[in-house]
Every structure is written in structure tokens, then in C-alpha cells.
Write a protein that binds this ligand. Structure first.
Ligand code: HEC
Length: 124
């Protein structure tokens, strides 16, 4: 391969990497704006906030984070295991999706929901 095309390839890969990290950074900002007042995402952080710590929430059974004492009975009984579909419906309108739950949040923009869900997946 000629040196010129190697360089092109390298630039191409760097561009992909930067693009990827910007997607994550953008999602991080969305999370801070929409969720961080009520949710910590630091592993092992037990500071009491309005909502439970969301580190590792993707794939976890709902209402099972041990350091959070305020889960609603509705969420505890929901039998949800957090995946894309459940999270999408939860973020669309949490109290509508799980009747009797206590998080007040509704996001009508599907793109915003998807970015936030992808961000949640990185927290592991
Ligand atoms: C006003 C505070 C508040 C905001 C803002 C908020 N949440 Fe919540 N969240 C809560 C509360 C309270 C619960 C517990 C709900 C229950 O037990 O019924 C919760 C629960 C959750 C759960 C379930 C956790 C588990 O352990 O099962 C997820 C997932 C979640 N929130 C994600 C989000 C995301 C993502 C955002 C931002 C888009 C967000 N929340 C915004 C207060 C909030």
C-alpha cells in the first residue's frame, strides 16, 4: 500500500473515533440536562438523590438497586428487566408506562430517548 493511502486510512479511522466519542459526549450532556438532578451514575455512589443510582442499570431487574430505599411498590412489582424497549417506554412517559411509579419524566423526542438509552448502556 502506498504511503498516501495509508495516511488516508488513518485519517478515516481517527475521524470515526472522534465521531464516536462525540456521540457519547452528546449523550452525556443530554443525561446531565434531563436526568442528573435525580440520578447519580457513579459506580458505588450511595449519596441519596431523588432517584436510584443508574450505574449498570441496563440489563438489571427494575427496582433492585440496594442503596435506594424509595422505590415505588408499582416498580418493584413490574417484573421489568431494563432493555431498549422498556427504557424507551419508561422515558416516553414513566408514570403512564408503570402506573403508580414515582418518577416524573416524559420525553417525546425518540432521538433524545435513544441517545440517553445508549448512554445508559455505557455505564458498566
Ligand atoms: C425528578 C427526578 C427524576 C428525573 C428528572 C429522572 N428520574 Fe429516573 N427515577 C426517579 C425516581 C424517583 C425513580 C424511582 C421510580 C419508582 O420507584 O417508581 C426513578 C427510576 C428510574 C429508573 C429505574 C431504576 C431502577 O433501579 O429500576 C430508570 C432506568 C430511570 N429512572 C432513568 C431515568 C433517566 C434516563 C432519566 C433522564 C432521561 C431520569 N430517570 C430522570 C426520579 C427521576
Amino acid at each position: 500500500m502506498r504511503e498516501g493511502s495509508l495516511k488516508l486510512l488513518l485519517i478515516f479511522f481517527i475521524a470515526i473515533l472522534i465521531h464516536q466519542s462525540q456521540i457519547i459526549a452528546g449523550a452525556n450532556e443530554l443525561f446531565i440536562k434531563n436526568c442528573a438532578t435525580c440520578h447519580s451514575v457513579q459506580k458505588g455512589d450511595k449519596t441519596l438523590r431523588a432517584g436510584p443510582n443508574l450505574w449498570g442499570v441496563f440489563g438489571r431487574k427494575a427496582a433492585t438497586h440496594k442503596s435506594y430505599p424509595m422505590y415505588s411498590e408499582a416498580l418493584q412489582k413490574s417484573k421489568i428487566v431494563w432493555n431498549d424497549d422498556h427504557l424507551d417506554k419508561w422515558l416516553t412517559n414513566s408514570r403512564e408506562y408503570v402506573k403508580g411509579s414515582i418518577m416524573m419524566y416524559a420525553q417525546s423526542d425518540a432521538g433524545v430517548r435513544k441517545n440517553i438509552i445508549n448512554y445508559l448502556k455505557t455505564l458498566k
